[in-house]
Write a protein that binds this ligand. Structure first.
Ligand code: HEC
Length: 245
């Protein structure tokens, strides 16, 4: 029994600790994520397909599932989300799991590692982490790819959204928070870029826990059902006790 308790304690304290250990030493910026905002989800999905899936898979999710949840027809899916072809050169079937465009072999050749699967990463790291991370790339000549990240130090990934954000330099710290200066502007203003990253994090949050869409919409019905049940029991109780008094 004591051993069981110990195990439980270890689990309670170490598991979040392990997730935190991968976390940042810099304060995170908070982001508002609403997975029920379908427009934001669709915009985020396009970004994810266009800017992340060249290298990353999301192999615990099927294209058909995304199509259903985001309200896209097969045609719209091919337009917005599913551009890849399979090994035989045919368009990737909609029923497939979401695979990266790059092969593992090429990825190892180019980056030294296979980019990790991103299905669950928004849940693993948290929304604020992901939001801050994607806005914290900065130029660093000492790194092989020329960029570093203040949330994920020495990351071996190029800045995937540089066309949108541009490139920034780290010029100092303010209350432990790195201060960046945009030295090479990208296609978007800093405010537009923040909003684009918010959309992307919204999609990644959905990706990590698609059931959220259903669960939260079921919630009110469950409460209504319970309220109805309580009322029924109340009537029943009155009926039973009627003769006692
Ligand atoms: C050109 C290829 C490439 C693209 C495009 C790319 N990544 Fe990466 N990413 C990598 C590689 C390689 C790593 C592993 C880096 C390492 O281990 O240091 C990585 C690591 C990550 C990690 C850290 C995950 C972990 O568990 O270690 C996150 C999060 C991430 N990428 C998110 C994204 C997002 C979001 C996008 C799209 C906006 C994206 N990446 C686009 C190559 C890419």
């Amino acid at each position: 029994m004591n051993r069981l308790l110990m195990l439980l304690l270890v689990w309670i304290f170490l598991v979040p600790g392990a997730a935190f250990a991968a976390g940042p030493s810099v304060p995170l910026d908070a982001v508002k994520v609403n997975v029920h905002d379908r427009d934001a989800l669709q915009r985020g999905a396009k970004l994810f397909a266009g800017y992340c899936m060249a290298c990353h898979s999301a192999q615990y999710m099927r294209y058909t599932h995304v199509a259903r949840d985001l309200g896209w027809s097969a045609e719209e899916m091919r337009e917005n989300f599913l551009f890849t072809r399979n090994q035989a050169g045919d368009p990737t079937p909609m029923g497939d799991m979401m695979q990266a465009a790059i092969s593992d072999k090429d990825a190892v050749e180019w980056f030294g590692v296979v980019p990790p699967d991103l299905t669950l990463s928004a849940r693993l790291y948290g929304e604020d982490w992901m939001y801050t991370f994607l806005r914290s790339f900065y130029l660093d000549e000492s790194r092989p790819l020329g960029v570093n990240n203040s949330v994920f130090a020495s990351i071996g990934m190029p800045h995937p959204l540089w066309e949108l954000q541009g490139y920034q330099e780290k010029v100092g710290y303010e209350n432990k928070r790195p201060v960046f200066e945009l030295t090479q502007p990208g296609g978007l203003s800093p405010e537009e870029y923040d909003s684009v990253v918010q959309d992307l994090v919204t999609f990644m949050t959905y990706l990590a826990e698609p059931i959220k869409l259903q669960r939260e919409s079921i919630g009110p019905w469950v409460l209504l059902f319970l309220a109805g049940l309580t009322f029924l029991f109340y009537l029943l109780k009155k009926e039973y006790w009627k003769d006692v008094h």
